[in-house]
Design a protein around this ligand. Structure first.
Ligand SMILES: [Zn+2]
Ligand SMILES: [Zn+2]
Length: 155
């Protein structure tokens, strides 16, 4: 598919952080937890999972890193020093990274989201026909399953 050939690009609101991504995205879902709401300054987080070696940051000095514990995984979250946009996350102890979906320049290159997690803390109902998972265990298991399926090639 066309998705695999062109590198996709993402950038923060002010344009200081420019990211190029090769290869295919692994998975994508929406996270309605309060941390994602706050850090994304949006009703929900929109993580798109990719292999770390496929992500190229043109000027890494533009990013500020903070470590968050997003049980059961540790996450390093990279925001733009200038505009504060959360754009890139590295998952500790895995070769996966996240490039936030709303930062992608061409929405056509984004993979479809597989569902919603931590739906109980949603700001508003989402009527998109995708699976909705509420509660900690159910949300974590869904995210884990979607990422695992993404790693092994379902798309
Ligand atoms: Zn910026
Ligand atoms: Zn979240």
């Amino acid at each position: 598919m066309a998705r695999n050939s062109n590198p996709a690009r993402a950038s923060c609101v002010c344009g200081a952080v420019q990211i190029t991504m090769h290869g295919r995205a692994l998975s994508r879902f929406y996270c309605h937890c309060s941390i994602c709401q706050r850090l994304n300054k949006a009703p929900f987080g929109d993580p798109v999972f990719v292999w770390r070696w496929n992500v190229h940051v043109e000027d890494p000095t533009q990013l500020t890193w903070k470590r968050y514990r997003w049980l059961p995984i540790n996450l390093n979250r990279g925001t733009c020093q200038t505009c504060g946009t959360l754009i890139l996350e590295h998952l500790a102890a895995t070769p996966m990274s996240v490039v936030i979906g709303r930062a992608w320049e061409d929405p056509q290159l984004l993979p479809p989201a597989w569902g919603h997690i931590f739906y109980e803390s949603r700001v508003a109902d989402v009527d998109d026909g995708l699976p909705k998972r509420s509660g900690y265990m159910s949300s974590e298991l869904a995210a884990f399953g979607w990422n695992l399926a993404g790693m092994f090639g379902r798309s």
